[in-house]
Design a protein around this ligand. Sequence first.
Ligand code: HEM
Length: 463
Amino acid sequence: MTLPNGPQTLPLLQMLHWIARPFSFMDACARKYGDIFTVPLSKNFAPVVFVSNPQALQQILSSDSKEFDAPGDTSLNQLFQPFLGEHSVITLSGDRHRRQRQLLMPPFHGERMRTYGELISNITEQIISQWKIGQPFAVRDSMQAISLRVILRAVFGLTEGPRYQQLEELLNSLLNVTSSPLSVSMLYFPILRQDLGPLSPWGRFIRQKQQIDQLLYAEIQERRDQLDSSRTDILALLMCARDQADELMTDVELRDELMTLLLAGHETTATAITWALYWIHKLPKVRDKLLQELDCLGDHPEASAILRLPYLNAVCSETLRIYPIGMLTFPRVVKSPCELIGYQLDPGTVLIGSIYLTHQREDVYPEPKQFKPERFLERQFSPYEYLPFGAGSRRCIGMAFAQFEMKIVLAKILSRFEMALADNRPVRPLRRGLVSAPSSVRLVLNGQRSESSQKPQLSSSNV
Ligand code: HEM
């Protein structure tokens, strides 16, 4: 076997670099070793081959390939286990993974998403109506509040009430506990996971997770006791979903999948909208062009009209290209000896698609560090050149949901307010937990846009 070359420094140093500065780590490796390289991240992990060559990614990720597997017991998937449990689609492998995907995917189908248009629009209105003219605000906090509410309502069907409020607070706090590089180290280094009481980082995490579990199980139990066939939330659909053996999901499976959808779907989408608002206000030409497009919508646009706007779509695509929130695909593992762009790989070799490095290829995206939505109007990219949601057997289940939410929220905010960046501080991509996010984006509200140009008041008949 000939593994591709890669950095030779101590694995521990590489791991610390990867945890503290993942983008600079990947850039440095790509500069030196090209679009496929091997990283021995630490003694706990098998060496990982990072791939950003589209031809190789196609071979690895195309779902009909017999040479690769996408197991849930790799060390990367298992990083999520403390949050998600053993029955999450992310931590399962083989037939059980396929079963869970089949059960989870129907509620996330593109067409179904439209049911949630009015909900997303109303929640956005609730949050942005609290913004005050002239007062700078942290964009991420507001976007996180929107996306958490959207998930709690759309996925759980929860409305105001003590359980809803407790879950909102606990989930926010759990994510904040695990977002710093120090906390991420607890996930990468099991030895740091010591429960030294409620004030210790791991102790706090365990206790918050227990409280969240109690609330989730109470909700599932209540729903089983009071079956209501008129509900359209995702939990209601999952509770009636049957697998090929005609089996329903158990309570533990439901709990683990709810947690998966909450954690996978809420921060990622909030971060994507935060980045989009940053680029739109950083680049006046982008903002002007977007407003022109939005102003052409009628007074009560249908959600589907917003979804189809070509420039808004290009801005969202470019946002997810330049600094992808999921920097990597989940690992794929070689099943039988195979050749990958000239390398002979043995069974067991772990491969990861570097979504970030693929999106930074000069040959596919000239001037890759420049934010240029036009590239998405000028040409189409293959699913292995542009893959912010991964590809193949583990492609993101919430892709349509996230794209839909991004567009509705952006259309609503931009049509309603005149805003500007609150300062000129450079904004950099950083690690936030197991994904990435911008350092700090602050906007200031300069005023309302004129009445005539405030469009998105979604037409309820079409959402
Ligand atoms: C902008 C927002 C989002 C981004 C950038 C994103 C990105 C990704 C990526 C890169 C993967 C790994 C794919 C692979 O390995 O091939 C993934 C998997 C996944 N995503 Fe998302 N995601 C987003 C939003 C969501 C939402 C809204 C949900 C659900 C509510 C969701 C649920 C999932 C799940 C369940 C998986 C695991 C699929 C599996 O293991 O089979 N994501 N996502």
